[in-house]
Design a protein around this ligand. Structure first.
Ligand SMILES: NC(=O)c1ccc[n+]([C@@H]2O[C@H](COP(=O)([O-])OP(=O)(O)OC[C@H]3O[C@@H](n4cnc5c(N)ncnc54)[C@H](OP(=O)(O)O)[C@@H]3O)[C@@H](O)[C@H]2O)c1
Length: 230
């Protein structure tokens, strides 16, 4: 049974990813900042008894990341999905209301996925065909950019660049590393006016992840499967 490590599994895209991977027979290490209020994830874990382990994790807490990685270091992780993220609100054109929020967005969306990924490398190396799949955003694509949303765009551009470089450095280890845009999705972050349901987004993301081969390392995919410009 393959193992998935999934950050931000308590709601939104992360919770739906946990549902579809559990239904597909995977073992899941599902992280949440506050497991005590993660009722939907707890119910899912009860449904798939023994296959979903819920770990408390704030991805910005380096010591907590190291501790959870150490706890699972002896067990192969086949797929890491870096999903946890924040929008940090909507910077209007020519203004940034709160530079501390900008720093938090960079930390959560760009620094933390690198920290989590590097901490889990020993467990990824134990898998026969390990994959790292980071949920980014097309708003991080400089090639597709328009104005506004400075913090969020910068954070996703940063994680894209970091994961692209990591993919190159992981080639000798045979680890596939790709990035995906989930669409504009009706979650707390995307809002009720977004284009697609969380089920449609996650069905697409899972298909992309399932089809990933080593030849796809260093690529940026839309949830529909086509490649996106960096
Ligand atoms: N929705 C969209 O339209 C859209 C579009 C493009 C990209 N994305 C990306 O897709 C991913 C998931 O987004 P979503 O729409 O599902 O958002 P969401 O509904 O707001 O859920 C965000 C998840 O990330 C977790 N999280 C936030 N900060 C965290 C931290 N410091 N440590 C650990 N977990 C943390 C949240 O946990 P808490 O419950 O504890 O806050 C929650 O589980 C994000 O990376 C987002 O940038 C979303």
């Amino acid at each position: 049974m393959p193992t998935l490590f999934l950050s931000g599994a308590n709601r939104g895209i992360g919770l739906e990813l946990a549902k579809v991977y559990a239904a597909d027979g995977w073992t899941i290490i599902a992280t949440a900042r506050a497991p005590e209020t993660a009722t939907a994830l707890t119910a899912l874990a009860a449904e798939y008894q023994g296959r979903i382990t819920i770990e408390r994790l704030d991805v910005n807490d380096d010591a907590a990341v190291d501790a959870v990685a150490a706890k699972h270091a002896g067990h192969a992780i086949d797929l890491l999905i870096n999903n946890a993220g924040i929008s940090g609100g909507n910077d209007p054109a020519l203004a940034i209301g709160d530079f501390n929020s900008f720093r938090r967005v960079l930390a959560t969306n760009a620094v933390a996925p690198m920290k989590v990924t590097l901490a889990l490398l020993p467990a990824l190396k134990l898998a026969s065909n390990p994959k790292i799949f980071t949920i980014s955003s097309r708003l991080g694509s400089i090639g597709l950019s328009n104005g506004g949303k400075y913090a969020y765009r910068a954070s996703k551009a940063a994680v894209n660049a970091a994961m692209h470089a990591l993919a190159i450095d992981l080639k000798p280890l045979g680890i596939t590393c790709a990035v995906a845009h989930p669409g504009w999705v009706r979650t707390d972050m995307g809002g009720s006016g977004a284009d697609i349901s969380v089920q449609e987004s996650v069905a697409g993301l899972k298909q992309v992840a399932d089809k990933l081969t080593f030849a796809d390392t260093g690529k940026f995919f839309n949830y529909t499967g086509e490649e996106l410009a960096w």
